[in-house]
Every structure is written in structure tokens, then in C-alpha cells.
Write a protein of this length. Structure first.
Lengths: 277, 315
């Protein structure tokens, strides 16, 4: 019997591990400076294709920059945006969801209203406006996504809190004389955290994809920073003649998002278990 | 006569239940004018069918819900005016389902030590007291390192009892403490409770739908029906000569161990009482086998009758 869950978990861990390693140690492992242009060596195909050159494993882009080096540095940007967005949106969403779910009544009405309002805001339009007003930068992208992607955290935290708050161990904690803060943080939060981890991985994948979309539209990370979305955007003009320029960052994006989702499922299985393995 | 440990004075608890956007919210009268007192050191039983408000009453006595009306006085102090820590030192719960009453993410030592932690006891002293209490309820101190999922139902209920007793409270409210357990374990838990009650001088409030258990454990029993106490009497009086027709039906509903007799017919019909829609007059009259015309008009108030209190016009 093949354990698909285990395979997916290991695969997810390897993918995210490799990308995280690239992101952290990008400065040491890039074979070339990702910003140095070489107009004589433009559009060199990858090594495994006809016409590939030994020095450039994944070839060069339209300005002769080493594509492999740009891809590695792009991993840093993508992960940075994913992690920073999830931390910002997680803090907002989990706080709102916990409060609404735990206290119910008027507090919950306010939280639900905030969630509904957030869901009616079109993300790309807001990003367009913000970039139009303050210009595009990494910080702006992270803040825009972080302040807008908290809805799923809030919804999941709220419903799971509602399930947990009526359980007897919460009543026992009340009867033990515990404070409200203690009950929310020590009794409720640890019992919903495995649901939130799954949301965090989904949101991280979503944030990375949204950053790619924003960069593709020219609203994300400003060039010459090599975000994967920006690489796709820059490559779209050449894709009919040299399709690999769009495939390389595209596949990287797909694999990373897949890996994050695998890892999220595995984390849910591990954290959801209440018995020591 | 000793001063009562608990005095419940005309307590009501209503819940608002909204049924939809365009319908008015209904008011569910879960507990509706209940009064009784429990002498120090005794065991007071509350019985009744599902939905009669006995668990709500338990939560009121524990201070987990504020009463809508009336007052609960514990050891001479009003429960509502009490600080949460002072209340915890005085009164503690044991819940029905030990699978939901223990936080699955905490180790046994932390679960039992939680009431001590809330009082601000230092960790070293806390661990000493927790280990002593675990051994007192028949568990070993090394179980403190385990998670609830690694324990059996009976062991979990022992943990819940240890948590309830670790502060040395005066009163323990047991809400169906054995009904989620295997029959073989029930007796062990009941004996443990009886033993601890004697050793610690506890006052017990014991809520159950299991009449045999109540008869075995309690000194005095109150029978609840739709948020009211319909009969309250010393245990042997109640079981020997039940006065209220509902008590009689309840006692008649106990299955006999004799095979072939089938399920007893208690003459209550198939209707199910709805606490959101309480009948006028005596709330038991639609199901009462001896009801008369006047029963649907006048609400009977409890009156004394040979050492007991009954709320019925006809007995």
C-alpha cells in the first residue's frame, strides 16, 4: 500500500525546503550577478535545449541576465511576500475571528460586518489605486495584500472558536477561575491552531500568486527585482519564439504553490492529532 | 440545624433563541423559579428527563451563567458578587463527558493544576499538590505527563475529579458524572466520589437521569420537569412513596432486569415537552395521567406534605 499522504508531505517539505534555502542563501548560491546585463548574450536557451551554454544552466533573458540566478533571487521575493503577508493578515484575521467567535452577540455582529465589507472589496482594484497613489514597492505589495487577505483567517477562526467555546473544558476553565485572556489564548487558540495552519498555507500560496499577478500587471515589485511574476510579465513578449522564458518561472511558481499546499495538509494532519505518535 | 451550603432562591434562567430574521426571538425558560437549599455535607440529587433544565441549573450554581432572576447564595455569600478566584476555591464542577471536559492539547499535570495556576500558586508547589491529588484519585503521578487521549474514560473522569478537588473546594457539582462511562467503571467512580466526599467533607450536587445512581448516592432528591422542581424529598421517602404523578412515572420507567417484560408503559404518551412553549396552568398537565379540568388553569405552587415538597393540586 503506497502512502500518498506521506509522499505528498515529504514532497511538500522538500519543495518548500529547497525554495526556502534558495531564498535565504541566494547571495551565496547564485552563479552570476542576477542584475548584470549582457546584451551580446541575450536569450541563450537553457542547457538541456539546443544551443545551450555551459555557464547558464537556465539560459539568459532578454537583457542577457542569467535566468537561473534571477530565479533563485526571485524565490526570496516570492517567499518574503508570502510569509510577510500571512503574518500581517493572520494577526488581523485571527484576532477578529477569535473575538467574534468567543464573545458572540454584538462583537460578532461587528466582526461579521467587517468580514462582509472586506469580501466586497475587489483586491486588484485596491492594489491598482494604492500603487497609483504611492507607487509600487515591496512594502506596498506586502501591506496591500496583508491588509486585504485576512478574511479567510477570520472566518475559520470564528467558526472553530464557536465550536470550541461551548466545550466542557472551556467551562471547566471558567469554573477554575481563569481569566478571559487565559481562556482565549490557552484553552481555545491551541485547539483551533491546526485549522489556522491550513489557512496560512493556502493564503501564502494565494499571496504568492497574487503578487505574481500584480507584478505581471506592473503593480507589484518594481523592476529590476526578479520576482517570478515580473519574470513572467517580462517574458510574455517573447513567449511565441522562446517559450521557455515564460515556462521556467511559471513552473517554479506552480511547484512552489503545490509544495506549500502539500506541506499545509501534512501540518494539519500532524497538529490535528491529539495523541503523541 | 447547620447553615445551608447552597441556597437557591427563586432562580430563573431564560435564553433568547432567534429562529429567523422575520420571526420574533423566542424565550426559552430553561430554569423557571427554582428554590431549594442544600445542607453542608449532604448530597443533593437533581433528576429529570433531557431538556428539563437540570444542566442549566448546574451551570447556574457553578456561576457559569448569571441567573435571569433570583439569587444563589453559597456559604452565606451571593454567588454573583463573588470574585472568580474566590468562587473557584468554593465550588468546582465534574462534567458528564470526560472526553470533552479535558483540553486535548494539555498534559494531565497542567489540566489538574489549572485551578491552582489561576490562583497564582507557584509551579513547584503546584506540581506537588497535583501529584498528591492524582494519587488520591487512584492515578499514578507519572500519568501527569500524558495527554488526555492516552487515558481511558474512567481514568479521564478521575482526572476531572482531581481537577475539581485540587483547590479543596467545599462544594462539587457533578453533572451526570457517570453517564458517559462504561457500566463497569461507573461504580468505581461513584465509590471514589463517595469516599472523597467523606474525606474532604464535601457538599455534593449530583445531577443525573439515572435513578439507581441517585438512590445510591444522594440524601435528598429534587425531580425537575420543564424548568421547575415538581417534587423534593429525602431519597428513601421519594423512592418508597413517590407523590407527584411525574415522579411516579419516572420511577415506573426504570427498566427491570427481568427478560421478556419489555419496555414499561408509564402512561405519559408520546409528546415531548418543549421549554420554549410551556403549557398554561400546571406544566405537566398535558402528559399527566390523573389531570383534571382545573389543572390546565391553575399553576400549582410547591407545598409541604409529610416531610417533602410537592407541586401538584391532586396529591
Amino acid at each position: 500500500m503506497i502512502n500518498f499522504r506521506l509522499i505528498a508531505a515529504v514532497l511538500g517539505l522538500v519543495i518548500v525546503g529547497v525554495v526556502a534555502f534558495c531564498a535565504v542563501f541566494a547571495g551565496w548560491i547564485v552563479p552570476h550577478d542576477p542584475f548584470v546585463q549582457n546584451l551580446d548574450g541575450r536569450m541563450i536557451p537553457p542547457l538541456f535545449m539546443e544551443g545551450g551554454q555551459a555557464g547558464h544552466f537556465l539560459g539568459t533573458d532578454q537583457l542577457g541576465r542569467d535566468y537561473f540566478s534571477r530565479l533563485i533571487l526571485g524565490a526570496r521575493i516570492s517567499l518574503l511576500i508570502g510569509v510577510a503577508t500571512v503574518i500581517t493578515s493572520g494577526l488581523i484575521g485571527i484576532t477578529l475571528g477569535l473575538l467574534g467567535g468567543f464573545f458572540g452577540g454584538r462583537v460578532d455582529d461587528v466582526v461579521m460586518f467587517a468580514i462582509t465589507c472586506r469580501l466586497s472589496i475587489p483586491l486588484i482594484l485596491v492594489a491598482l489605486t494604492v500603487v497609483g497613489l504611492v507607487g509600487s514597492s515591496l512594502t506596498v505589495v506586502v501591506l496591500t495584500l496583508g491588509l486585504l487577505l485576512w478574511d479567510r483567517f477570520a472566518v475559520v477562526a470564528r467558526t472553530t472558536t464557536m465550536q470550541v467555546r461551548n466545550l466542557d473544558y472551556v467551562a471547566a476553565a471558567w469554573a477554575s477561575g481563569c481569566s478571559v485572556t487565559h481562556i482565549i489564548l490557552k484553552e481555545v487558540l491551541p485547539n483551533i491552531v491546526h485549522h489556522l495552519v491550513v489557512v496560512a498555507t493556502l493564503e501564502m500560496a494565494l499571496a504568492i500568486l497574487l503578487e505574481a499577478a500584480l507584478s505581471f500587471l506592473g503593480l507589484g515589485v518594481p523592476p529590476p527585482l526578479p520576482s517570478w511574476g515580473l519574470m513572467i510579465a517580462e517574458a510574455k513578449d517573447y513567449m511565441f519564439f522562446t517559450p521557455w522564458v515564460i515556462m521556467v518561472p511559471g513552473i517554479a511558481l506552480f511547484v512552489l504553490v503545490l509544495g506549500i499546499n502539500f506541506l499545509g495538509d501534512a501540518l494539519r494532519d500532524i497538529l490535528g492529532a491529539t495523541r503523541d505518535a | 440545624m447547620r447553615a445551608p451550603a447552597i441556597e437557591v432562591r427563586a432562580v430563573t434562567r431564560h435564553f433568547r433563541q432567534s429562529t429567523g430574521l422575520f420571526t420574533a426571538a423566542r424565550s426559552v425558560r430553561a430554569v423557571d423559579g427554582v428554590s431549594f437549599s442544600v445542607p453542608t455535607g449532604s448530597c443533593f440529587g437533581i433528576v429529570g428527563e433531557s431538556g428539563c433544565g437540570k444542566s442549566t441549573l448546574a451551570r447556574l450554581i457553578l456561576g457559569l451563567h448569571p441567573p435571569t432572576g433570583g439569587e444563589i447564595v453559597v456559604e452565606g455569600q451571593s454567588l454573583q458578587a463573588m470574585d472568580r478566584r474566590a468562587r473557584a476555591r468554593l465550588i468546582q464542577p465534574v462534567f458528564q463527558d470526560p472526553f470533552s471536559s479535558l483540553n486535548p492539547r494539555r498534559r494531565i499535570r497542567d489540566i489538574v493544576g489549572l485551578p491552582l495556576a489561576a490562583q497564582g500558586t507557584n509551579p513547584a508547589q503546584r506540581d506537588r499538590q497535583v501529584d498528591a491529588m492524582l494519587e488520591r484519585v487512584g492515578l499514578s503521578a507519572e500519568m501527569g505527563g500524558r495527554l488526555p487521549a492516552q487515558l481511558s474514560g474512567g481514568q479521564r473522569q478521575r482526572v476531572a475529579i482531581a481537577r475539581a478537588l485540587v483547590l479543596r473546594p467545599r462544594i462539587v457539582v457533578c453533572d451526570e458524572p457517570t453517564s458517559a462511562l462504561d457500566v463497569s467503571v461507573q461504580a468505581q467512580i461513584l465509590n471514589l466520589l463517595a469516599e472523597l466526599r467523606r474525606d474532604f467533607g464535601l457538599t455534593l450536587v449530583f445531577i443525573s437521569h439515572n435513578l439507581a445512581v441517585v438512590e445510591h448516592v444522594c440524601d435528598e432528591v429534587a425531580v425537575m420537569y420543564l424548568g421547575r422542581i415538581v417534587e423534593r424529598a429525602p431519597t428513601d421517602t421519594l423512592f418508597r412513596a413517590p407523590a407527584h404523578p411525574y415522579t411516579r412515572a419516572l420511577l415506573a420507567s426504570v427498566l427491570t432486569p427481568e427478560p421478556g417484560l419489555g419496555i414499561p408503559d408509564v402512561g405519559l404518551g408520546d409528546s415531548y415537552p418543549d421549554p420554549a412553549n410551556i403549557p398554561p396552568g400546571c406544566r405537566f398537565h398535558p402528559r399527566c395521567p390523573i389531570a383534571e379540568a382545573g389543572c390546565s388553569e391553575r399553576d400549582p405552587s410547591p407545598r409541604a406534605l409529610d416531610g417533602r415538597e410537592v407541586a401538584c393540586h391532586l396529591v
